[in-house]
Design a protein. Structure first.
Length: 330
C-alpha cells in the first residue's frame, strides 16, 4: 500500500489502507490476491474492512468541511507526523471510523462492504453478517450493502451463489444488470455475462423484477432458471441433478454429464492456468462425462483424450486435444 506505512498488527489501520486502495481504482490482480489473502487470514479482517468501506463515500465531505487541513481531527497514534496532503485522507478516514464504529456496533442491519472480487480460477466462500453465505465464482465482482430495510448484493461481473439466511423482515435482493432477484430464505445463483442475466434456483423461490422491460415480476422456483437479455426473457426447467451439476463450482468441482466436449473444455479453461482446446470440430461435438477439480486442466485433457482414443499435445497457447493417427471416428 504505497504512500502510507501501516503497522501489520493494526487491523483497523490495514483495513483503512485497503479501503482507500479499493476506492481509488480497481486493484491489480496481484494486489487483489493480497487483499483476498488478508481478508481470509483472520475473521476480524472482514469486519474491519466493512467498517472502513462504509465511510469511504463520506471522506471527501469530511475533507471539504475541514478545509483540507487536519487541525480539527483526532490523530491515531500511528498517524502522528503525517501532514502531507496525500496522507490527509487517511487521517480523515481514521477519524470518521472511530465515530462510526460506535454507531455500527448497535446497528446489526446497517452493514456495508466494498468490492469483493475473484481472480481467474479462484472461487471464494464469504460468510455475511446475517449468517448468509456468498460463493463467488472465477473472475467475478460483487458488492454488499446491508441496510435497515433489506439486504442487498450488487453483482458487477461473473456469477455468485447465495445460501440465504431466513429473515422475513429484511428481504435479500441481488441486483445484476437491469434485474433484481429477491428472496427471503433460499439457495440460488445469479450470473451476469455479456448482456444476459441468469437466475438459477436450487431451493425455495426467487422473485425477479425487470422494470426496464416493463414486464410483471416473475417467480422462479426450485430447479428453474430465468434468463433475461436484451432480446427478452426465457424460462428453463431442470431436474435436481442438472441444477447440482451447474452449481458444483461452489465446491470447486466441475461435473459433465453428456455435455459437448468443446463446451466442457471452455468451462474447464475458465478456471485453469492453461486452456484446453479441442482441435477437431466433430470431436468437439461429442458427448463427454466426467468430474474434475476446478483448475485441473491436465486431468481433464488426459481423460478426454483417453475417452476418444486421442492424444494431448501441449503447445504455447494451451493443451490441444487431437485425434490420434488412425483413431476411429466418434
Amino acid at each position: 500500500m504505497a504512500g502510507v506505512k501501516v503497522p501489520e498488527n493494526d487491523i483497523e489501520a490495514q483495513a483503512i489502507a485497503w479501503a482507500m486502495r479499493c476506492e481509488d481504482s480497481d486493484l491489480p490482480a496481484e494486489d487483489q490476491q493480497r487483499l483476498n489473502a488478508w481478508l481470509g487470514n483472520d475473521p476480524r479482517h472482514l469486519g474491519a474492512f466493512v467498517r472502513a468501506q462504509a465511510i469511504s463515500a463520506d471522506v471527501e465531505r469530511v475533507v471539504a468541511i475541514s478545509g483540507g487541513t487536519d487541525a480539527a481531527l483526532p490523530h491515531p497514534r500511528w498517524f502522528s507526523g503525517l501532514r502531507s496532503a496525500a496522507n490527509f485522507k487517511v487521517v480523515a478516514v481514521a477519524s470518521v471510523l472511530v465515530l462510526l464504529t460506535i454507531v455500527v456496533s448497535n446497528m446489526s442491519y446497517h452493514h456495508f462492504s466494498g468490492r469483493v472480487a475473484t481472480t481467474h480460477g479462484e472461487v471464494r466462500r464469504i460468510e455475511l453478517a446475517d449468517g448468509s453465505v456468498l460463493f463467488l465464482d472465477s473472475d467475478s465482482v460483487a458488492q454488499v450493502r446491508y441496510g435497515h430495510q433489506r439486504r442487498e448484493i450488487v453483482l458487477r461481473k461473473g456469477e455468485a451463489l447465495f445460501r440465504v439466511a431466513k429473515d422475513s423482515l429484511h428481504p435479500f435482493v441481488v441486483s445484476a444488470g437491469d434485474i433484481a432477484a429477491t428472496a427471503v430464505g433460499t439457495v440460488f445463483s445469479v450470473s451476469l455475462k455479456d448482456d444476459a442475466v441468469a437466475v438459477t434456483v436450487s431451493e425455495g423461490a426467487v422473485r425477479v423484477d425487470d422494470p426496464d422491460r416493463g414486464a410483471a415480476p416473475e417467480l422462479v422456483r426450485a430447479n428453474e432458471q430465468l434468463v433475461s437479455s436484451s432480446t427478452g426473457a426465457r424460462r428453463v426447467n431442470f431436474d435436481g441433478a442438472e441444477i447440482a451439476r451447474r452449481l458444483a463450482w461452489q465446491d470447486r468441482r466441475l461435473v459433465f454429464n453428456g455435455q459437448q466436449l468443446g463446451t466442457a473444455a471452455k468451462e474447464v479453461s475458465r478456471y485453469a492456468r492453461i486452456p484446453v482446446i479441442v482441435d477437431d470440430a466433430k470431436l468437439s461435438r461429442a458427448e463427454f462425462f466426467g468430474e474434475f477439480n476446478v483448475g485441473d486442466a491436465r486431468a481433464f485433457a488426459a481423460a478426454a483424450a483417453a475417452a476418444f482414443d486421442g492424444r494431448v499435445v501441449e503447445e504455447q497457447d494451451g493443451l490441444h486435444i487431437q485425434r490420434a493417427p488412425n483413431a476411429p471416428s466418434h
